[in-house]
Write a protein that binds this ligand. Structure first.
Ligand SMILES: *Cc1c(COP(=O)(O)O)cnc(C)c1O
Length: 394
């Protein structure tokens, strides 16, 4: 018998692993499942980006170990993109670090700032990696509840002083997964002020910055004066360029924080495969047409799903950004019960809000990364479904 670590025992199943298992079972039984589950773009990576990968894969210099901090041209492409998109200047050699997807960097960032006994300020509901990384580092998450009444922004005044003193990092994520909320520059600025005052590293996950509707364009944390004092921003090529399968993200911001993350990573991984870096350079510096094309597709899906949910009698806010619809469940159901009922009775997969933390209870998340015709099929099923009475619960 081997003995496993305590930290392993503290992990709850990663939400999508369990859902993937149920979908696989149903599909194996011949059931036509429509999934609004995981946020994983169904649209292929644009051809010009793939072409660059094909060429790059032929180059023997790309067959060898990459550097942890990436190709210099990769770091320059990231800085270039930031300048074009946010009008922010970055030193490509000290303020930029490529990641094997944002998830990797977010998880490893915990090791840069947290020791046992330290506190991380973590929003709830949230992308699970912030609190899991905290736990892996032996530190504690202090939950910042996100409430609808606050536009899903944390109440910084509600954080007790002794917690603020022990806190080493604060995680934020806007446009937000799972709530699809957006933050104004003033919102980011007050978080920044709070973190500077308390010597807290402000870690902003901006994975959805390029998915905005009706012309909404998210800002960057680094546009705020003084942001580079305590700020680090995480981005991903996954959602922006339909590149979830290729694994490319980046961290940018404070040079000491970038160096710390580099040091952790240099001891754990060997960087992003260079052919993937080359395709990523093409993504960041080549045609940006796919961003608008994606948004046009997601807008149709968003509106179609909103229509179906409204016809079901649910009251749903119209998202201004992100790939998600965050819908309240009918009275009397927990989010897990409602998601289970949907799956049982309509073969539709949604994510229960409670998988993103206790404050996600009462909501379900629907992802728009499903082909249009599947969205249509799913919406028709939703519209024809008579919501069971919660008192008839099985
Ligand atoms: C999808 C997602 C990521 C992960 O991006 P990768 O680059 O694919 O690892 C990070 N943060 C949030 C909030 C996400 O939803």
């Amino acid at each position: 018998m081997v003995n496993f670590s305590q930290r392993l025992g503290k992990l709850s199943p990663y939400p999508f692993v369990e859902i993937s298992r149920i979908i696989a079972e149903k599909r194996a039984a011949g059931v036509d499942v429509v999934t609004f589950g995981i946020g994983d773009p169904d649209i292929p990576t644009p051809q010009h980006i793939i072409d660059r990968l094909l060429t790059a894969s032929e180059d023997p210099s790309n067959h060898r170990y990459p550097e942890t901090d990436g190709l210099p041209e990769m770091r320059r492409a990231i800085a270039h993109w930031y300048r074009q998109r946010f009008d922010v200047d970055l030193d490509p050699d000290t303020e930029v670090l490529p990641l094997i997807g944002a998830k990797e960097g977010i998880g490893h960032a915990a090791f840069c700032f947290l020791d046992p006994g330290d506190i991380a300020l973590v929003p709830d509901p949230a992308y699970p990696v912030y609190s899991v990384g905290t736990m892996f580092a032996g530190a504690e998450s202090y939950v910042m509840p996100l409430y609808e009444r606050n536009g899903w922004l944390p109440e910084l005044d509600a954080i007790p002083n002794d917690v603020a003193r022990q806190a080493k990092v604060m995680w934020l994520n806007y446009p937000n997964n799972p709530t699809s909320a957006v933050a104004s520059q003033e919102d980011l600025e007050s978080a920044m002020r709070y973190c500077r005052e308390h010597d807290i590293a402000l870690l902003h996950d901006a994975a959805y910055s390029e998915v905005g509707y009706e012309g909404y364009r998210a800002g960057s944390l680094l546009q705020i004066d003084g942001a580079k004092d305590v700020g680090l921003e995480f981005h991903s090529l996954s959602k922006t360029y339909n590149m979830t399968g290729w694994r490319m993200g980046m961290a940018v911001g404070n040079a000491d924080m970038i160096k710390a993350l580099f040091q952790i990573k240099a001891n754990l991984d060997s960087g992003v495969p260079q052919a993937i870096q080359e395709m990523s350079i093409e993504a960041l510096t080549g045609s940006q047409d796919c961003i608008d094309e994606n948004v046009a597709k997601y807008t149709w899906r968003r509106d179609r799903v909103l229509q179906a949910l409204t016809r079901m009698g649910l009251k749903v806010d119209v998202p201004r950004a992100s790939l998600y619809i965050w819908a309240p469940v009918p009275e009397g159901f927990t989010s897990a019960e409602f998601a289970a009922r949907l799956l049982e009775e309509t073969d539709i997969v949604v994510t229960p809000g409670s998988s993103y933390g206790q404050y996600g209870e009462g909501y379900i998340r629907l992802s728009l990364t499903t082909p249009d015709e599947r969205v249509e099929t799913g919406c028709q099923r939703l519209e024809n479904w008579v919501i069971p009475s919660p008192t008839l619960r099985t």
